[in-house]
Design a protein around this ligand. Structure first.
Ligand code: NAP
Ligand code: MG
Length: 398
């Protein structure tokens, strides 16, 4: 068979620990036999980030702006223990944070749904994709403990020195207070990323806030979404046969539980933090969750939602057998290859991505899976495979 050609490179961001091992196996067993892989390779493994003073992370994000599509392996976010383990010059920032700051994107997390790994919510038949706004609110808040009686006010001082005040509370005893903010520009980017991704994946978009109580703060989110929708997306949504649906956050939560899935749920920062953990655990496994960073300019970076699976890596280093699930990392590659194919008009590449996803899902549905899935599947007597065995089983089917 002649290998599939790629006209434009894909930005490849290699990573750490067990996922770095999966990365190599996936390329060797599932991709390179069929595709003339054309990637611009960046080694985001912690050692190389340290050697380059983290410049490699910045370079990989800039390359993503150039080529528009990237695929990323999970990476270590250093903490005190990693400083010693890798003899680091500095506690380098989270690569995902650095990349997101450069691309100004929104992260969309979607579960991979297979028969035999059933969501806890029995009516969820299709994936629910969560989009979390990644700027501001309580995550950039300032807080005070109020020791006793006194007045708290919000004060805005404009550049010309004029002040606007708003009473927060007249305290008659001790209490607490919190100030938080957001930026119209950030909310606009978030809205555009959400609308674009909904069009891209042909799914409805839901958005919810508490605008009835928060008449200025949350209402601004609602208004910005509506203005951008009306001005830039209404016609495109109608042509694609999808819908933008706004409701109150408590109504949204109730509807999500009763829904069949199959839409994108855009959430403010805190709601997204909380709801994504609820939705992902209800869908079964972190190892079956993909993640894509979408910038308002239309740059895409695909990855698995889980980390580097450190515990499995240490077992692997000791020569013990591991059964690490590679599905989310495989789907990061298929997502990126499909998007590359779409942008380049490369139909063969898009079809290959479909085939690899189907082979992966069929492997699990036929009862061959890694240990994490075998523990939760409704399929009787599943065959538990090790890390490599699972990838080889997919390769055989492919
Ligand atoms: P993790 O890598 O997500 O793994 C936590 C646990 O979840 C594992 O020990 C394993 O449970 C299970 N698990 C996750 N992915 C799995 C898979 N593919 N197959 C089977 N089991 C899987 O989180 P962590 O161990 O807390 O973090 C390790 C490193 O990853 C940290 O240095 C962190 O900074 C980094 N991280 C990176 C990203 C990213 O790059 N996007 C995201 C999160 C964390 P059992 O051990 O019980 O089998
Ligand atoms: Mg959380």
């Amino acid at each position: 068979m002649e290998k599939i050609k790629m006209t434009t490179p894909l930005v490849e961001m290699d990573g750490d620990e067990m996922t770095r091992i999966l990365w190599k196996m996936i390329k060797e067993e599932l991709l390179e036999p069929y595709i003339d892989l054309n990637t611009e390779y960046y080694d985001l493994g912690l050692e190389h980030r340290n050697e380059t003073n983290d410049q490699v992370t910045v370079d990989s994000a800039l390359a993503t702006k150039k080529y528009k599509v990237a695929v990323k392996c999970a990476t270590i976010t250093p903490n005190a223990a990693r400083m010693d383990e890798y003899n680091l010059k500095e506690m380098w920032k989270s690569p995902n944070g650095t990349i997101r700051a450069i691309l100004d994107g929104t992260v969309f997390r979607a579960p991979i749904v297979v028969k035999g790994i059933e969501p806890c919510v029995k009516n969820w038949k299709k994936p629910i994709t969560i989009a979390r706004h990644a700027y501001g609110d309580v995550y950039k808040g300032s807080e005070m403990k109020i020791p006793g009686a006194g007045k708290v006010e919000l004060v805005y001082t404009a550049e010309d020195g004029t002040q606007t005040k708003e009473l927060v509370h007249e305290f008659d005893g001790p209490g607490i207070v919190q100030g938080m903010h957001n930026l119209n520009k950030s909310i606009e980017s978030f809205a555009r990323s959400c609308f674009s991704y909904a069009l891209d994946t042909k799914q409805d978009l839901w958005f919810a806030t508490k605008d009835t109580i928060s008449k200025k703060y949350d209402h601004t989110f609602k208004d910005i979404f509506q203005e951008i929708y009306d001005a830039e997306f209404d016609e495109k949504f109608k042509a694609a046969g999808i819908e933008y649906f706004y409701t109150l956050i408590d109504d949204a939560v109730a509807r999500v539980m009763k829904s069949a899935g199959g839409y994108i749920w855009a959430c403010k920062n805190y709601d997204g933090d909380v709801m994504s953990d609820m939705v992902s655990s209800a869908f079964g496994s972190l190892a079956m969750m993909t993640s894509v960073l979408v910038s308002p300019e239309g740059y895409y970076e695909y990855e698995a939602a889980h980390g580097t699976v450190q515990r499995h890596y240490y077992k692997h280093l000791k020569g013990e057998e591991t059964s690490t699930n590679s599905v989310a990392t495989i789907f990061a590659w298929t997502g990126a290859l499909r998007k590359r194919g779409e942008l380049d008009g490369n139909k063969e590449l898009m079809e290959f991505a479909d085939r690899l996803e189907k082979a992966t899902i069929d492997t699990i549905e036929s009862g061959e899976m890694t240990k994490d899935l075998a523990l939760i599947t409704t399929i009787e007597n599943p065959t538990v495979l090790n890390t490599e065995g699972f990838i080889k089983a997919i390769a055989k089917r492919l």
